[in-house]
Design a protein around this ligand. Sequence first.
Ligand code: SAM
Length: 288
Amino acid sequence: MKQRAEPDAGVLYVVGTPIGHLGDLSPRARALLIAVDTIACEDTRHSGQLLSALGSKARRCSFHQHNTHTRIPQLLEELRDGRSVAVISDAGLPGISDPGEELVRAAREANHGVICIPGPCAATTALVSSGLPSGRFCFEGFLPTKGRERKERLEDLAVEQRTTVLYEAPHRLLKLLEELAEHCGGERPLQVGRELTKRHEEQVGPSVKAALEHFAQHAPQGEFTLVLGGATAREVPQYSDERCLEELRELIKRGLKASEAARELAPASGRSRRELYALLHEAEKQAD
Ligand code: SAM
């Protein structure tokens, strides 16, 4: 099939770059990064090495979480002027725990074409090499670093029946493994993908307990993506809608707010906090 010429004027390209192995840069990504007018890089110095090695003469500008709001209007103006723009992150796919999402939304809202040149992504790479069910899965990225939000996400994971993919920094890995053991149990299947696509790539599993024991002995170094097996139906008590509503109303009668009641009931009911909140909301709407 004949492909249309790239880059096209006024189009934003979301380009995947390697997560380790430089051979994973696709020929199409390479050609685009050489020919495009402007490249918005998460870190110009980091991506500079790759771009210089390719011989790309494209204008480079930084695009990261701290300058998103000033940069987006500038990049949209370039697109309006008929220039082509690529966005890349330090590694992998922009928009996956990396800058990109807001720029894509803004470009779409301004009716510019957006084309993804797909490439490696740590989440899918870890998932398909884990051996855990990949038919249905969720992506959590980095959990909130502390507080109630983190606890709530961990409680959701305790009852989540789909495989879940998480990112974690090396200095926080042990803490996360301890928390997963506490909330999901040590026997929960887990595969930790370390340094994927790189020279020291390894997989550590097959359970939370096994990974915890391993990393207690071998200090975590490098980059990590965790693939957590889902809770089995047996582990997840399933209260009926009626029972959930009854217990939620009882908690509210005792002085809890709706969101607090949902959080309180989630672990015992086998439902997520969001599900319970929505159930209550729906029941109240129908009662009105
Ligand atoms: N956008 C990237 C992607 O598509 O994979 C993810 C960016 S996120 C800021 C970086 C996190 O991805 C790392 O902290 C680590 O959890 C995970 N990661 C990136 N490269 C990895 C690799 N080679 N092996 C394992 N995990 C990796």
